[in-house]
Ligand binder design. Structure first.
Ligand code: KDG
Length: 312
């Protein structure tokens, strides 16, 4: 808990999710919710933070489903604009031997019409942590400008900036992504890239070297997410490798976003980066134990139990 009105304010695009479940010859799609920054916001709220989300949704059934979801999850949606001219985005998740694949229906979505001139700057000024992702920056030039404006507003009031590059090469070319990611690493207080994303961005296979690239770009704290192998957290002086938890993983969609939300929650609670990463690593493992990005997001009790600190 902080003195700010919100512990966490995230900005980005929510996507209605259709997650494929194979059943014999037929395919059924489980409807859920996704969108990396919305997932992060919900994860943080489930873990006890006061959270607000900034986006635009369409004036459609999917947009209303999200407004209901955020209300149920305790995520403040007063800064969400309903846009009558554009739809809420959606995506399909399919699974194969390489993990999950995303197919998007999001071109021209309401969230992609966010722009810096119509941004609720007061939301970011009321935050202890502002969370931005590379997906927010990839969906359109105006959303990218809005994401930078959110970071500038955070800087002005001393809010901390959480940044996940969340590289999606279906949304933008690698060179464009790299320039924007580097500019964002220079602004952030902590960077939370996945190993795969960092490798694409920096082109080396060694985890510590990838963290060092992020430090050199300006990120004071780096938690490099290593999937089921856990994470590497580094403050530029000291690095700690945290092992993955052994869980029955079925779908990793949204696990990285859960890590981001849990990390922010524990940082605002006063944990140092290493303790926050241990907690986030456990939360992210639990997020893989069910289908969909949001449904399996854990609560504080679940994380404490996995860390061996639960009651009973
Ligand atoms: O991290 C999971 C997200 O990637 C997923 O929910 C969909 O936001 C999404 C995206 O743009 O890929």
């Amino acid at each position: 808990m902080t003195n700010c009105e919100f512990d966490v304010v995230a900005i980005g695009e929510p996507l209605i999710e259709f997650n494929c479940r194979e059943g014999g010859d037929s395919r059924a799609y489980l409807q859920g919710f996704g969108g990396d920054t919305s997932n992060m916001a919900i994860a943080a709220a489930r873990l006890g933070a006061r959270v607000a989300y900034v986006t635009r949704v369409g004036d459609d059934a999917f947009g209303r489903m999200f407004l209901d979801l955020w209300s149920q999850e305790g995520v403040d949606s007063r800064f969400v604009v309903t846009d009558g001219q554009a739809p809420t985005g959606a995506y399909f998740v399919t699974h194969d031997a390489h993990g999950h694949q995303f197919s998007y229906l999001r071109g021209g979505s309401a969230a992609s019409r966010m722009d810096r001139d119509a941004l609720p700057i007061e939301a970011f000024r009321a935050a202890a942590v502002v969370h931005v992702s590379g997906i927010t920056q990839a969906i359109s030039a105006s959303a990218r400008a809005a994401a930078f404006a959110a970071m500038e507003a955070a800087r002005q009031v001393g809010a901390r900036i959480s940044y996940d590059p969340n590289l999606r090469l279906k949304l933008w070319p690698l060179d464009d992504a790299r320039a924007t990611v580097l500019a964002s690493l220079a602004l952030c207080d902590w960077a939370l890239p996945s190993y795969d994303d960092a490798q694409l961005l920096f082109g080396t296979g060694d985890a510590q070297a990838l963290a060092d690239h992020c430090h050199r770009a300006g990120a004071p704290i780096v938690a490099l997410k290593l999937g089921h192998d856990g994470c590497l957290v580094s403050d530029g002086q000291r690095a700690e490798r945290i092992a993955g938890h052994s869980v029955d993983a079925v779908d990793a969609t949204g696990a990285g976003d859960c890590f981001d939300g849990a990390f922010a929650v524990r940082r605002t609670a006063g944990d140092d980066a290493f303790a926050a990463a241990r907690y986030a690593n456990a939360a992210a493992a639990l997020a893989t134990t069910g289908y969909g990005a949001v449904a399996p997001l854990p609560r504080e009790r679940d994380v404490e139990t996995l860390l061996g600190r639960g009651e009973g």
